[in-house]
Design a protein around this ligand. Structure first.
Ligand SMILES: [Zn+2]
Length: 253
């Protein structure tokens, strides 16, 4: 919608400028400036490719693919998760929260430096569908600005906290060239609440394998919260080996 409107505006603008061209020698200059402005607005100044409208729940790619995603970071377990991903040479996507990036900027730099995909998970983790459009936009923009200030890059993916969103969320994300990615496998690792006990490790593994193994393109949601997710860290190697041994290719969002 946004793209169409702006394309129409650009055409109208070009028509006006074409008419003006015969009247003034500087019209080409105006057209050049107008064209740059339009391009900047449509791209959202992000450098991200255009994103489709709508939420997606399954990993991209042909054959069998799985996307591992880590929300709510950076946190106490982020470094350990990065070490495991590196050891197994597995790509992943981090949906970071703005306030947590501000607290642990060096981990954000490491994620970008090591080539992981970066996602926007809002500034402060609100229920987006309870906010007016301006509030939703501010949550997205403040988080992207934080990542940009730390790393010089911006996220091209967005995940709404709690999976709650409305049509405004989808429109705002598309305007910013962020694809909206939910999930299809939830091992409920956040429920461990900082515990690393065997009960939680086994529960996380069981849910990931049961739900993920039933799908050809699962997106698995896990967490790296400030409090720490030691059970997730302990479960992760087994989860990676499960998908790898069952013929899945690891992809990012
Ligand atoms: Zn979250």
């Amino acid at each position: 919608m946004f793209t169409t409107r702006h394309a129409a505006a650009a055409i109208a603008c070009a028509m006006v400028l074409t008419a003006a061209l015969s009247l003034t020698a500087s019209a080409a200059e105006y057209r050049s400036v107008a064209s740059q402005d339009t391009t900047a607005v449509m791209a959202g100044s992000t450098g991200c490719p255009p994103a489709p409208y709508g939420a997606r729940f399954y990993a991209p790619g042909s054959s069998k693919t799985v996307a591992l995603t880590f929300d709510d970071g950076p946190g106490k377990s982020t470094a350990a998760i990065l070490a495991i991903l590196a050891r197994y040479r597995v790509p992943a996507t981090f949906f970071n929260i703005g306030v947590n990036m501000a607290s642990r900027p060096s981990l954000v730099r490491t994620e970008v430096k090591d080539g992981y995909a970066m996602g926007n998970h809002t500034w402060n983790h609100p229920d987006m569908d309870l906010l007016p459009a301006a509030g939703q936009a501010a949550e997205m923009d403040r988080a992207s600005a934080e990542q940009r200030s730390i790393t010089g890059t911006v996220p091209c993916a967005f995940r709404p906290p709690y999976g709650d969103y409305d049509s405004t969320t989808l429109r705002l994300a598309q305007q910013r060239r962020m694809g909206v990615w939910l999930w299809s496998v939830d091992p409920q690792d956040w429920m461990a609440d900082g515990s690393g006990s065997a009960y939680w490790v086994h529960r996380i593994i069981r849910l990931a394998e049961q739900e993920g193994g039933a799908l050809r393109h699962p997106i698995v949601i896990m967490h790296n919260q400030p409090i720490g997710n030691p059970a997730t860290v302990s479960a992760l190697p087994t989860i990676i080996q499960f998908f790898r041994s069952h013929g899945y290719r690891f992809v990012v969002l």
